[in-house]
Structures are given as C-alpha cells and as structure tokens.
Design a protein around this ligand. Structure first.
Ligand code: ATP
Ligand code: MN
Length: 534
C-alpha cells in the first residue's frame, strides 16, 4: 500500500482491507481539484470552482436507502418507507464486493474527518471514495481535523462510496443497482451505484439522528441556524427547497450551519463543516453570500455553461433542477466557527406552499407549533429527490422523515419540552406562493421573506396586531415592516376569494388525513391545532 500524503506519517494510516495501488490520504482541495480535471471528470468554472456531473442520479434515492435490521435496530428503528430493512448478510456481501471493486482500482481516496462541532458529541469518520471529487465533497462538508488531531485519529464510523459500482439486486438484496446501506452495529455506511454526493452527508445525518437522541439525550434537527449580534440564535426547519440554506445566509447574522444541528441542554451546534446550496437561478444580487462562495475549492454539481464560455449558467435545468454547490463554512464571510452557540430564541418552520394558502409569516401557539412540526408540510414544485418535477403536497414528520430512524414522536416530544423550557417564539414562514397557487400566483419575493424574518428577530412583530387564520388558526400579523400590509393575509392576495377558501379547505383536509396516524400519540393541546374542515 502506498500512502500519498504531504504531511501525515504513514504509520498512522492503517486500513488493512485497502490494497489499491495508490491510496491518496487527506489530499488538499487543490490536489483533488487538479486530479479531477486531469482524469477528465470535471472542469474549472470562470470563478475557479470545480464542476462535475454526478451521473445517473442527481438527487437522493430514498427508496434505495437501507438500514441493517439486527439486534441494535430491530426494536429501536421505526421501520417505514424511508427506514427500509436489509439483512445483515447482504451488508457483509456488499461490503466485500465494494472493497474488492475499490482494491482493483489504480487509486482511491481516503479522508479522515468528523461530525458535530460540540466536542462532547464529536464522531470521527473515515471516508473512502472512488474518485477525487467525492473526496473533495467530504473535505467541504464535514469538519476538518487539524494536524494534531490527525496524528491520533481513531475513526469510529466508516463510509465507503463508489459511484460506478453496481449491485446485483437479485443477489445483493437491494432494490436496484444503487444503494446506501447503514449498519449501526458495524458503524459503516456503504454507498454504491450513485454519484450524488448528498447521499454521503445525509447518510451520516441519519446516523446522528439515531445516536444523539437515542443515546445522548440531544435533539437532532433538520434545520439551519444563525446567531445575531446579541447572541440570539434562530433555527430554521424545513424540507428540501424551503429556504434553510438561503435564509440562514444573512449578512446581519453569523451562520452556524445550513442543514443539520443538535440541541442539547445549553447549546445549539452544527454537525457539519460546510454548506450544500442549491444553485438554480442563483444570483449575486439576491444571494451574494452563496454566489461568492462558488470559487476555488467549491464543488459544483450538474450545472452547464453559458455557450462558448466557462461561466456557469445558473438558470439552466438541462441536467437537473437540483444543481448544487458544496463549500466549507468559512466561504461564507460571516460564519461562526466552531459552530456552537446558545439555545434558540426563535424557531422558524419554513414551508414552500405551492397552493398559496399559508400566510407569508405567522406566529404559532405551542400546540400549533407541535402540530406543524409533526405534520412537516411543504408543497414542492421541484425537489431533491429523483423523479419529482411537479407540484405535490408533502408531509414529512419533523421536517425530515427521510433521515429520521426513530419514531417521529421521539423527536417531537424532545422539541416540545425544549420549546416550553426555553420559552421560544415559533413562527411559520411560507416561502412559496402568494396571489394564487402555482400557475396563477407567484413565489413571494426573497427580500420580503428576509424582511419578515428580520422583523420577527428584532422584536418588531411583538408590537403589532394579529388575527387568527380562519382555517389554520395561526396568528397572522396585520402589519410588518419591509412588506406591504396587503401581502400579509394570503386570502387578500387572491383575486378569486372563493377559490382561496376552497383550496384552503382542501389543504386542511390533506393535513387532517395525514395527521390521522398521530392522533393516538398527541395531547389535546396539539390536537386542538387541527385545521378546520367543517
Ligand atoms: P435542502 O434541504 O435541499 O438543502 P433548503 O431548505 O436549504 O433545501 P434552499 O437551498 O435554501 O433550500 O432553497 C431555497 C430556494 O428557493 C433557493 O433557490 C432560493 O433562491 C429560492 N427562493 C425563491 N424565493 C424564496 C423565498 N421567498 N424564500 C426563500 N427562498 C426562496
Ligand atoms: Mn440546504
């Protein structure tokens, strides 16, 4: 085994199963970028970012994500459509095949990194990639150990990722040739047949969503987080495309993280060391922080170029609508490092309501907050998951069902307790449509959404009048600085009020139907937040 590394002694890198000719260990972003270009797997954009194609898959494949069902998980994991069981024998079989596949390669890439900015919860991870850009993603997205930490690095979890390896479903127990398999017993994630890098980060996120709440009494959350000048923390829950990354990048507040956080008794902390931002229609004008992060070292996925140039065409959906860029946290000018701050003062539930029913901003009672958290509503027009290209109502418990191994009630209970203990304000923000649903109205302007969030954060909304929404009950402000009053009440923005009322009832029915599976495990306070369907 050859270890190619500038600064790490060979002795501390021991992984007997790896016998590829060259094992590139802990290469710099520059080296990984150069190798990717040299292998003709990527090109450099006008701003210096590395642009690659992830291949067949440009989004996550929830149906191909499995967890080994064994003595650890059997009675703890909430087995459902997202938590799909696989027998342990298939895990061993695929691990063997995957390693064999990688060992027959000329070269492979290995990186040691960790998750969780809070030292008490930190988990060390070793990732093995088939190609250099997969390894660059890992550099960008996970936390980066310093040289001292590397000297004594003991990996706890291992991720093995080979986009070009294909499983044989009939033999390997998978659904099709691509898979992501988590074994809690062997602390290993196997990813094959897909080059979509998001599988790597969401694989580890899934692991943390088990370990932290189950073993450490820490609430893990699919949310972004930032902190104001006075140390006031805000967290933003929301499903894919609702604005977690966009809205957490705020020039007036320090970014803690854009997607995955933990909340223990006295802090909120980031799990990650980078951001994974959507690039579709990205503009310097509307999202300067993210736009300017797309430079040397950033990894951009599935974009095309303005013809005859090396300038990224951010408007193009030619390959996918889910174009993405990963970059280390410090590429955002005001990132907080390490990513640990106080417990939150404000919680935002982001939803992208393509039906145009929910108010652009509203305040939730504790009961409503729990009802909305358990419901986890959005209506996507386009998403991160392969195959979704049309508007569709989605209910995803705790705003993150695909990544939550435990029963949603487990997380909901923890959040409910913390919300009360810390007396947190909870807001619901519709970053989706106003003036009508998809096709009639339009998506609310980003600057309005930012203004309303700022008004909530700076206390301005404490001093205005509210009125309850007639169907959903949340408190809608009558006025809010930075946005015309006429846009605050969604019904007023529709020309056809009857159409609004009808659509609102229909949406309420969807909420009620979805909530049926939880009615047994909620109290009256939560249940009384049910929208009215009469
Ligand atoms: P994921 O979990 O997939 O990372 P996310 O919640 O981080 O999703 P963003 O990457 O923030 O989602 O995506 C929000 C998208 O919506 C961005 O492309 C942003 O430019 C666009 N957008 C348009 N209008 C708004 C608005 N009013 N508020 C927030 N985002 C908006
Ligand atoms: Mn995001």
């Amino acid at each position: 085994m050859t270890v190619s590394s500038l600064n790490v002694p060979e002795k501390q890198f021991i992984q007997p199963e790896l016998t590829s000719r060259i094992v590139h260990y802990q290469l710099s972003p520059e080296e990984l970028t150069e190798q990717t270009v040299h292998r003709q797997e990527g090109v450099i954009s006008s701003t210096g970012a590395l642009c690659i194609n992830t291949g067949e898959f440009t989004g996550r494949c929830p149906l191909d994500k499995f967890m080994v069902k064994d003595t650890v998980t059997e009675n703890t994991v909430h087995w459902n459509n997202f938590n799909r069981p696989i027998e342990e024998k298939y895990f061993h079989q695929l691990k063997k095949k995957l390693l064999n596949y990688l060992n027959n390669k000329q070269e492979i890439w290995v990186r040691d990194c960790y998750a969780c900015a809070h030292p008490e919860y930190r988990i060390n991870i070793r990732v093995i990639n088939e190609n250099p850009w997969g390894n660059l993603f890992v550099y960008n997205m996970f936390l980066r150990p310093d040289e001292n930490e590397l000297d004594n690095f003991e990996p706890e979890w291992t991720v093995i990722q080979a986009p070009n390896f294909k499983a044989e479903p009939e033999i390997d127990g998978t659904r099709q040739h691509n898979f992501a398999i988590i074994s809690f017993t062997h602390k290993t994630i196997l990813i094959g047949g897909t080059g979509y890098t998001g599988e790597i980060k969401k694989g580890i996120f899934t692991v943390l969503n088990y370990i932290l709440p189950h073993d450490k009494d820490v609430l893990s959350m699919h949310c972004s987080a930032n902190v104001g000048r006075r140390g006031d923390v805000a967290i933003f829950f929301g499903l894919s495309g609702t604005g977690k990354t966009t809205l957490s990048a705020d020039s007036n507040r320090k970014l803690i993280g854009d997607d995955e956080h933990g909340w223990n008794n006295n802090s909120v902390f980031n799990f990650e060391g980078g951001c994974y931002a959507k690039c579709i229609d990205l503009s310097e004008d509307k999202e300067p922080e993210i736009y300017n992060a797309i430079r040397e070292g950033a990894l951009v996925e599935n974009v095309t170029f303005l013809s005859g140039t090396d300038e990224i065409d951010f408007s193009s959906k030619k390959i996918t609508e889910n174009t993405r860029a990963s970059y280390p946290l410090h590429y955002i000018s005001n990132a907080l490092e390490p990513g640990i701050a106080d417990t939150p003062k404000n919680i935002f539930f982001l939803t992208c309501d393509a039906y145009g029913i929910l108010p652009p901003i509203s305040k939730l009672t504790p009961g409503q907050a729990m009802y909305q958290f358990i419901s986890g509503y959005t209506a996507k027009v386009a998403g991160t998951e392969t195959g979704i290209t049309e508007p569709k109502a989605t209910f995803s418990a705790c705003f993150g069902a695909p990544f939550l191994p435990l029963h949603p009630g487990f997380y909901a209970k923890m959040l409910g307790k913390k919300m009360k203990e810390h007396n947190v304000n909870v807001w619901m923000v519709n970053t989706g449509w106003i003036g009508g649903g998809y096709g009639v109205g339009a998506r609310i302007k980003l600057r309005y959404t930012r203004a309303m969030i700022a008004a909530a954060l700076n206390g301005h909304l404490n001093n205005v009048e509210f009125e309850p929404h007639k169907v959903f009950g949340m408190l809608v402000p009558k006025t809010c600085s930075g946005i015309p009053d006429s846009l605050l009440n969604p019904r007023c923005t529709w020309t056809n009020k009857e159409a609004y009322d009808k659509q609102a009832k229909e949406l309420a029915c969807l909420f009620v139907n979805n909530f049926e599976k939880y009615t047994d495990c909620v109290n009256d306070e939560i249940f009384s937040a049910t929208p009215l369907v009469d």
